[in-house]
Design a protein around this ligand. Structure first.
Ligand code: IVH
Length: 744
């Protein structure tokens, strides 16, 4: 029997493969979602261990069944999605790789054994250093002068943060000494020193600015900020924060083969550090070189017991083969070098008091019990609260209100209550009882589906907690990025003390907000420490966040309205993220927007059509269909569109045609500049790409068109000099819709 021929006609049912395919889909989407939560700065819905376990399982399945690996598989990318950014992109001369992890002595030994086998040596020298929990940075020096400093981004293209890195003052603008290579990339981490962290948050709070969850967020939040548009006071505060950042360098990226070696004989990673120090770059004092993996293990143990004694947060130890010849011999995978490994520490643990268990309702309606604790310092930051997920987990952990509990930070980021210290009970502790009704709207709580441990408030449309959560989410950086609509704004618009009916009963009215709506809003002041409402002589203390004392609109009101107006022309995928559709984060939203070009086209699509879009899949397709079915969701779309929100990408040629090849602008380069009416800067770029064209950043003879709006400067002048055709916003729209011949 010719099995191949038979297979071609009648493929055998493969339940194992189908089950694996389902599992790959589920894991891929869940991991991508968790990455989005993490990079979007939101609280994660899984512990670090769960995340690691899922990532390992996915890798295992992909190895067993390579064809099940999805194009958007998180195992194929270094650090998650590229950040969406206001910063100019910088392409790294050499890709910024990541590190593979080990979690135990056995795994470390296995790695070393493989290194020694592959290197064909019985002894290898290992350089051992601390893994700095900071922000990866690439410094590009040309002829000894700092040219750019960039974040990692997606490993290939990062964000240009040169200005802020110069402000730090501790990174040399010029390398010391002479004989520097034409081009060299220096890699390292920027971090916020642990010792300065609490003081930073105190200053931030005093100035009415955001406080940071941990030093890592403080580093990233400080560095990824723009100077433009800041008042002198805020600018000074920002610069002050940046000046407190520190960097430690730990390697070289693009390396001019031969050039450095000619100038200085470096044959080992440890000698590279000597060279970097000679050039005036900050290197760590904590690295050591050992001849055996046993000594490496001792180093790991020593620092594991003394993590708090280091100036920066540590999430592990990096072990590198010292001999540079072996780096070349061992090489790298597409993700990480084979000559280095990260040993990840288990999260740090402390004891504190569980004062209460309170239930909060989030934007998706999930009612989550969380632990309110006596503030405790864990892994570098102060923790007061930790999620307890659901009543089953509270039970499983066996914690009682009043217990002393063990608290840790999973992955040094997410606080987690591990369990009670039973020996310390004195009999006053009491059991937690899960409420049967939503604490915010009184609707009976119920599981989303039978057997679910999580309880939800089913009043999605009107539950104030859910509306507030969704409105805040719409304004978040990963969605419509409406700076003036933060947590405080979302609260004021959905739950003011006055007027009795809030300006927003759902998000449908967001783009209809007018100045008069804002001026009437009063909110009750809360104590920043306890979160409790404040009263004066028993009377609630109210403030008008959108009105000055003289009755004029406040800056916040004007900013909010201006931000909302601008948000109307945001890219389509950002609107999709803002709609809080289950599973639709930036990755899926970009895929959907790119393929369909409009919300209407998505609504008209079948399940199969939706699921077939690369990066979407059946789970997201079902979530979309379910979302579109709800009448008040339709109302959101209708009212947003009627208020001028752009729920379609201008010039998009329609479903399926967004694939870049063969678009109407195929082979055409367009440089957008100035304020093109009806397009945000990103929107103009997206529209060019969606039509299959290239969006250029600078004008040259090869540029086919410059689309220029008011405020265009040097690019317009250059286009005039070179005779490149110039289009206004209308011409640009015509180009997108009808192609180049229509406007030539
Ligand atoms: S060496 C080819 N050394 O951790 C990559 N990385 O999780 C070589 N990191 O991408 C990196 N401390 O951004 C190295 N002492 C250290 C490090 C370190 C922190 C970061 C780095 C890397 C990430 C991997």
């Amino acid at each position: 029997m010719s099995d191949t021929a038979d297979d071609a006609v009648l493929p055998e049912a493969r339940p194992d493969l189908e089950a694996a395919a389902d599992e790959v889909d589920r894991l891929t989407e869940r991991i991508l979602q968790l990455r989005e939560e993490y990079y979007g700065g939101n609280a994660s819905t899984a512990s670090d261990e769960e995340y690691d376990a899922m990532a390992r399982r996915l890798e295992q399945l992909e190895q067993q069944h390579p064809r099940l690996r999805r194009q958007d598989s998180p195992t194929q990318t270094v650090g998650g999605r590229a950040e969406t950014t206001l910063f100019a992109p910088v392409e790294h001369a050499e890709r910024m790789l990541s590190l593979d992890n080990v979690f135990s002595r056995e795994e470390l030994d296995a790695w070393a054994a493989k290194v020694e086998r592959d290197a064909g040596r019985s002894t290898v020298r290992y350089l051992t250093e601390l893994k700095i929990d900071g922000l990866a940075i690439n410094l590009r020096y040309e002829h000894g002068a700092l040219v750019t400093a960039a974040t990692r981004g997606d490993g290939v293209v990062g964000e240009d943060v040169t200005q802020n890195v110069r402000t730090m003052g501790s990174i040399p603008d010029r390398l010391s000494g002479t004989g520097h290579p034409d081009l060299v990339e220096i890699r390292g981490e920027i971090f916020f020193p642990v010792a300065a962290f609490d003081d930073l948050n105190a200053r931030q709070a005093a100035a009415g600015e955001r406080v940071f969850a941990n030093p890592r967020n403080a580093a990233s939040g400080s560095l990824r900020q723009k100077e433009e548009g800041k008042s002198p006071e805020r600018l000074e505060l920002m610069r002050d924060r940046i000046r407190r950042l520190r960097m430690l360098v730990h390697g070289i990226g693009a390396w001019p083969v031969g050039e450095i070696e000619r100038a200085t004989p470096v044959g080992a990673q440890s000698e590279v550090y000597g060279l970097l120090a000679e050039w005036g770059l900050p290197i760590s004092t904590h690295f050591r070189v050992y001849d055996s993996i046993g000594e490496v293990a001792e180093y790991i143990k020593r620092y594991g017991e003394n993590r708090g004694g280091v100036e920066h947060q540590i999430d592990g130890v990096v072990v590198k083969v010292d001999d540079l010849d072996l780096h070349v011999e061992l090489g790298a995978t597409s993700r990480a070098p084979r000559w280095a490994i990260a040993f990840k520490y288990p999260p740090e643990e402390v004891h504190t008091k569980l004062e209460n268990i309170v239930v909060s309702v989030g934007r998706t309606g999930r009612a989550t019990p969380f632990a309110v604790m006596t503030p405790a310092l864990v892994a570098g930051s102060t923790v007061r609260q930790a999620t307890l997920h659901n009543q089953d987990i509270v039970k499983a952990k066996g914690v009682l209100i009043g217990d002393t509990v063990v608290l840790r930070k999973a992955g040094d980021v997410i606080p987690e209550v591990l369990g009670p210290v039973v020996e310390l009970r004195d009999g006053t502790e009491r059991e937690f009882v899960m409420p049967t009704e939503c604490p915010e709207c009184g609707t009976p709580l119920r599981p989303a589906k039978e057997g679910d441990a999580d309880l939800r408030c089913p009043n999605a449309r009107a539950c104030p907690a859910q509306v507030r959560g969704r409105v805040e989410h719409i304004g978040s950086r990963g969605a419509l990025d409406i700076e003036a609509l933060g947590e405080v704004g979302a609260f004021a618009l959905t739950q003011p003390a006055e007027p009795a009916r809030p300006p927003l009963e759902t998000e449908a009215g967001l783009f209809e907000l007018a100045l008069d709506d804002l001026l009437t809003i009063r909110v009750q002041v809360r104590d920043p420490e306890t979160g409790l409402p404040r009263t004066v002589d028993g009377v609630p203390k109210l403030v008008a966040p959108y009105q000055k004392k003289n009755g004029e609109p406040s800056r916040a009101a004007l900013d909010l309205l201006a931000n909302l107006e601008k948000a109307k022309t945001q890219q389509l995928w950002r609107f999709l993220v803002g709609l809080s559709i289950r599973h639709v984060g930036p990755v899926a939203a970009r895929a959907l927007a790119g393929y369909f070009g409009s919300v209407d086209a998505m609504r008209a699509a079948s399940r199969d059509e939706l699921a077939a879009v690369p990066g979407v899949g059946p789970i997201i397709a079902d979530a979309l269909l379910a979302w579109f079915e709800v009448d008040w969701h339709q109302e959101i779309l209708e009212r947003w569109a009627a208020a001028g929100a752009q729920l379609a990408t201008p010039g998009h040629p329609g479903p399926g045609a967004a694939v870049v090849e063969g678009g109407i602008l195929s082979g055409i380069t367009v440089v957008p500049t100035g304020a093109l009416e009806g397009f945000s800067r990103e929107g103009a770029v997206e529209a060019i790409l969606a039509a299959g064209g290239k969006a250029g950043n600078s004008v040259s003879k090869k540029t086919d068109f410059v689309a220029a709006g008011p405020g265009a400067g040097s690019k317009l002048t250059k286009a005039e000099e070179l005779g490149v055709p110039i289009l206004d916003a209308d011409g640009f729209r015509k180009l997108l819709e009808e192609g180049p011949d229509a406007v030539r």
